[in-house]
Design a protein around this ligand. Structure first.
Ligand SMILES: *[C@@H]1O[C@H](CO)[C@@H](O)[C@H](O)[C@H]1NC(C)=O
Ligand SMILES: *[C@@H]1O[C@H](CO)[C@@H](O)[C@H](O)[C@H]1NC(C)=O
Ligand SMILES: *[C@@H]1O[C@H](CO)[C@@H](O)[C@H](O)[C@H]1NC(C)=O
Ligand SMILES: *[C@@H]1O[C@H](CO)[C@@H](O)[C@H](O)[C@H]1NC(C)=O
Ligand SMILES: *[C@@H]1O[C@H](CO)[C@@H](O)[C@H](O)[C@H]1NC(C)=O
Ligand SMILES: *[C@@H]1O[C@H](CO)[C@@H](O)[C@H](O)[C@H]1NC(C)=O
Ligand SMILES: *[C@@H]1O[C@H](CO)[C@@H](O)[C@H](O)[C@H]1NC(C)=O
Length: 574
């Protein structure tokens, strides 16, 4: 927290050219909007999910330049089922890169937001059915073949576990060289195929879209209401700080630090994100040991010291570093590397409903069968546009949000990237400090061909009429509670922090009646006490892993037991 605040002040002073350039941008959009903007094109009901309306909202492509024409935002709406209707809640599922239309669902109305609200899910700029859409590669399969068997897919391998805190930097430099070459290559391709169409995908532009859409659906003076998780917390933080007088009810869950996001280059993000990862890993190992070999095959006996399980996993990662495991009969033929296996364990830590599956996958890999693990990494050819990391959608957002290099000589070299990985391993997460690049494919923004018309850099200290609800888990391995506390510290009177005391990425990783009830209560006008803690009871490493197991934790809410698998499937992958 201290670190990021300091860096932010540095941006204001020493990187003056950059900050000055940002402040030259117009601060309010032009009044005249592109012709055609403001209409809604509804699609035939047959093209929408049952019970929803869907279509496209035509918006100005560039809120500062009407001559840029229009963009079309894919939306889906699920109407309030109870009168009086209170307005619309806009929903964002994170990524960035995830499609939001499926969130306009009766399940979210019933269990999360409440029956008096219209729900609108949308595909943010660049994503899925919204156009312009990020399509740097000609086909999904071109994108897959580009990444396959490279460091982009396989992650960074740190050679020896015994030297995790003292890794051989040369190997990370070598992998970083490949990483940068791939990033440069794909960015140049993207510039050629997309050109200026890439300029309008930053989070600040999406905030303008929320404002614009809210006026269409709820009227000029109505407040903007919003729920967002993971990256959706960034959109929420930008929204309340860019337009503090326009917002009503806002909930963010699984908090990403907006100061770090907007003021640090992306290679510096993981050191902030991984602050709770080791604690989550310890919890994973402990609950595996308690579950014993029947449901956690990584354990040799019930209640064995969790250090033994850790050592077994490290032995696997070491063996893979020496010799990758051939996977001839996976979703496609390939091989499993140490970097990929570690990155997959990090992904599994985010989702406790899959811990049983993870134990099976890792124990099979220890027995020289890497199929199950590899299949989680490598989608069958050809990939699909509906996967979050399809094409370069995420970079389309993150490269417009993060600060551009102050000068051409200020770009990170392979040596800089490797040094940052080592720093993260040493200072924050000895097991996963180099493992975020697979699940969070950022980086190489120095090669990105465009800048956006607007980049928001804070301050993140707005005063709000109604406090924003901020939700953090105590053991979130990628959006740590420290980020939730930081957002709260910056806006102490305008946020209320709710803590879910359990593991997983965002509170929806394990749905608890307590947290769901507080969110629904908030949207009904009941503000929880700051610091309220919701406990989690969950059958970790349940043998029926996946959504079915999750339902057993939810019987306290009538109906939810039956709906839990569908609700979890909807919220998974935030
Ligand atoms: C939702 O409400 C709008 C406005 O009242 C109405 O026009 C529309 O038909 C409703 N949609 C559905 C699916 O009932
Ligand atoms: C770990 O690092 C130390 C000191 O750099 C070195 O002596 C040792 O051989 C390394 N161990 C392994 C297993 O590579
Ligand atoms: C390897 O694991 C996969 C997935 O669990 C399984 O289908 C396959 O039969 C296994 N292969 C061997 C040789 O055991
Ligand atoms: C993208 O949009 C299509 C059409 O609405 C939908 O079927 C698909 O599920 C969406 N992708 C995702 C990831 O939701
Ligand atoms: C928060 O409210 C307290 C009590 O009203 C006030 O003293 C304090 O200055 C406020 N803080 C901010 C940052 O507005
Ligand atoms: C809100 O709760 C958090 C967590 O308990 C605490 O750290 C923070 O100080 C509280 N904020 C205020 C304004 O009391
Ligand atoms: C949550 O757990 C803590 C510690 O186990 C306990 O003191 C507290 O009463 C529990 N809260 C609820 C609401 O069950």
């Amino acid at each position: 927290m201290g670190l990021s605040t300091t860096r932010f002040l540095v941006c204001v002073t020493s990187l003056l050219p950059l900050c000055a350039a940002a402040s030259l941008l117009p601060s309010t959009p032009k009044r005249a909007t592109a012709s055609g903007a403001g209409t809604v094109q509804w699609s035939p009901a047959s093209q929408c999910d049952p019970g929803t309306d869907c279509g496209f909202v035509i918006v100005p492509k560039d809120y500062f330049d009407p001559s840029a024409g229009t963009a079309s935002i894919a939306i889906a709406r699920f109407n309030a089922t109870q009168l009086p209707k209170k307005g619309t809640v806009f929903l964002n599922p994170g990524g960035p890169g995830n499609s939001g239309t499926s969130l306009a669902s009766p399940l979210l109305s019933t269990y999360l937001i409440g029956p008096q609200w219209d729900l609108i899910g949308f595909d943010p700029r660049g994503i899925n059915q919204t156009s312009p859409q990020v399509q740097c590669f000609e086909t999904a399969s071109d994108f897959d073949t580009f990444s396959a068997h490279t460091v982009l897919e396989q992650g960074f391998t740190v050679a020896s576990s015994t030297n995790l805190t003292n890794p051989a930097i040369e190997e990370l430099v070598e992998q970083s060289r490949q990483f940068l070459a791939l990033k440069q290559s794909q960015a140049e391709l993207c510039g050629k195929n997309m050109g200026d169409e890439l300029k309008y995908m930053g989070t600040a532009t999406v905030v303008r879209d929320l404002d614009f859409m809210s006026k269409i659906f709820d009227g000029e003076d109505a407040k903007i209401n919003y729920w967002g998780a993971s990256y959706g917390s960034i959109l929420g933080s930008y929204l309340v700080n860019m337009l503090p007088d326009r917002v009503g009810y806002v909930v963010i869950d699984g908090i990403v630090d907006p100061v770090v996001w907007s003021s640090e280059p992306s290679q510096n993000w993981p050191i902030n994100w991984l602050q709770s990862t080791e604690k989550t890993y310890q919890f994973y190992l402990k609950t595996c040991s308690q579950a014993g070999p029947a449901t956690c095959p990584l354990a040799k006996s019930a209640n064995e010291p969790s250090g033994n399980i850790l050592a077994r996993l490290e032995t696997l990662f070491d063996a893979l570093a020496l010799a990758p495991l051939p996977v001839p009969f996976g979703s496609r033929p390939g091989f499993l590397t140490s970097g990929a296996a570690r990155a997959l364990l990090l992904e599994y830590l985010e989702d406790p409903t899959l811990w049983g599956e993870s134990a099976l996958a890792f124990s099979q890999a220890m027995a020289a069968n890497g199929t199950l693990l590899f299949n989680k990494l490598a989608a069958p050819y050809p990939g699909s546009i509906s996967t979050p990391h399809y094409d370069l959608v995420r970079l389309g957002v993150t490269c417009l949000d993060s600060p551009p290099p102050a000068s051409p000589s200020d770009v990170p070299t392979a040596e800089d990237l490797a040094a940052q990985l080592v720093k993260t391993l040493k200072e924050v997460s000895p097991h996963f400090g180099a493992s975020t690049s697979v699940s969070e494919p950022d980086g190489g923004c120095q090669f990105w061909p465009v800048k956006g018309p607007e980049r928001f850099t804070g301050p993140f200290t707005a005063n709000l009429e109604r406090p924003m609800l901020v939700i953090s888990n105590t053991l979130d391995p990628i959006t740590p509670i420290y980020s939730g506390l930081h957002v709260h510290t910056l806006m102490p009177n305008s946020t209320v922090l709710v803590i879910q005391d359990g593991p997983g990425h965002t509170s929806t990783a394990i749905l608890t009646p307590c947290t769901l009830g507080l969110v629904q209560g908030y949207f009904a006008g009941i503000l929880p006490d700051n610091g309220t803690v919701c406990n989690v009871t969950y059958p970790y490493f349940s043998d029926e892993s996946g959504p079915a197991a999750a339902s057993s934790a939810l019987i306290e809410l009538p109906g939810l037991e039956k709906d839990a698998p569908a609700l979890i499937a909807l919220l998974r992958g935030l």
